[in-house]
Design a binder for this molecule. Structure first.
Ligand SMILES: Cc1cc2nc3c(=O)[nH]c(=O)nc-3n(C[C@H](O)[C@H](O)[C@H](O)COP(=O)(O)O)c2cc1C
Length: 194
C-alpha cells in the first residue's frame, strides 16, 4: 500500500477505480424501482451450475430497519444506523438439484453483490459491505435456516451524504483506499515461492 491515491497500473474502465465504500450516507430514501434495479443486476451474476445461491434480505422501511440495525456491530452502527437501506447477503449451502454441498456458493454470492454494487454506482448510489455483524443474531432474528443458508455479510445502500455527520476519526477514513500492486494479485504459473 504505497499510495493514498488510486492509480491504475493497466487500462481499466474507470467504474472499477471510482467505486468505493463511504460511511457518510444521505438519509434520502431509495425508491423501490431503484432497489429493484440493484437486485436485478445481482440476479444476472454467474454461478456454479447456474445455482444462483444468493439471497438478499433487505430493510428499507423504518419498521424493518429497526429490526436490522441491532444485527450490526456497534462500530458499524455508528455510521450505518443512518443508511436508508440495509441488507444481508446469504448463500444457500447446497445445490437445489441434488443436495450436494455447493463449494462455490459464497463466491457466487460475492459476484452477485459486486453486480449490485456496480449497478448502484450507475444510479448514483453507493454500497458498503459489512463483515462486522452479529452473525448468530442474523440467523435467529431474520429466521435464516442455518442448516441451509450461510449468512455472509451486511450491506449498506444509499446516496452519498455529508462527511461532517461522521466522527473526526471516520472523516479521516472517508476516502477511496489504495490497493496492492498488480504483481501481487495475479501470478503466472505456480504459487509464488519466496
Ligand atoms: C465482505 C466485506 C466486509 C466488510 N466489512 C466492513 C465492516 O464491517 N465495516 C466497515 O466499515 N467496512 C467494511 N468493509 C469495507 C472494506 O473495508 C472496504 O471495501 C475496503 O477497505 C476497500 O475499500 P473500498 O471499498 O472503499 O474500495 C467490508 C467490505 C466487504 C466487501
Amino acid at each position: 500500500m504505497s499510495t493514498e491515491t488510486r492509480i491504475p497500473e493497466a487500462e481499466v474502465d474507470p467504474e472499477f477505480i471510482e467505486r468505493w465504500s463511504p460511511r457518510a450516507f444521505s438519509p434520502k430514501p431509495v425508491s423501490d424501482k431503484i432497489l429493484a434495479s440493484l437486485f436485478e443486476a445481482a440476479r444476472w451474476a454467474p454461478s456454479s451450475s447456474n445455482e444462483q445461491p444468493w439471497l438478499f434480505l433487505y430493510a428499507n422501511t423504518e419498521e424493518d430497519l429497526q429490526i436490522f440495525r441491532p444485527l450490526l456491530v456497534d462500530a458499524n452502527r455508528v455510521w450505518a444506523d443512518k443508511v436508508p437501506v440495509l441488507a444481508f447477503a446469504i448463500a444457500r449451502r447446497t445445490f437445489a438439484k441434488n443436495g450436494n454441498p455447493n463449494r462455490c456458493a459464497v463466491f457466487d454470492t460475492g459476484a452477485a453483490w459486486m453486480s449490485l454494487t456496480l449497478q448502484a454506482r450507475k444510479l448514483d448510489l453507493y454500497t458498503h459491505g459489512m463483515g462486522g455483524i452479529h452473525v448468530d443474531k442474523v440467523y435467529e432474528v431474520l429466521g435464516v435456516p442455518k442448516d441451509q443458508y450461510e449468512v455472509i455479510c451486511g450491506i449498506a445502500i444509499g446516496y452519498l451524504g455529508d462527511p461532517s455527520q461522521l466522527s473526526a476519526q471516520l472523516q479521516e477514513r472517508e476516502k477511496p483506499s489504495p490497493r496492492k500492486p498488480l504483481s501481487e494479485v495475479a501470478v503466472r504459473g505456480k504459487f509464488p515461492q519466496k
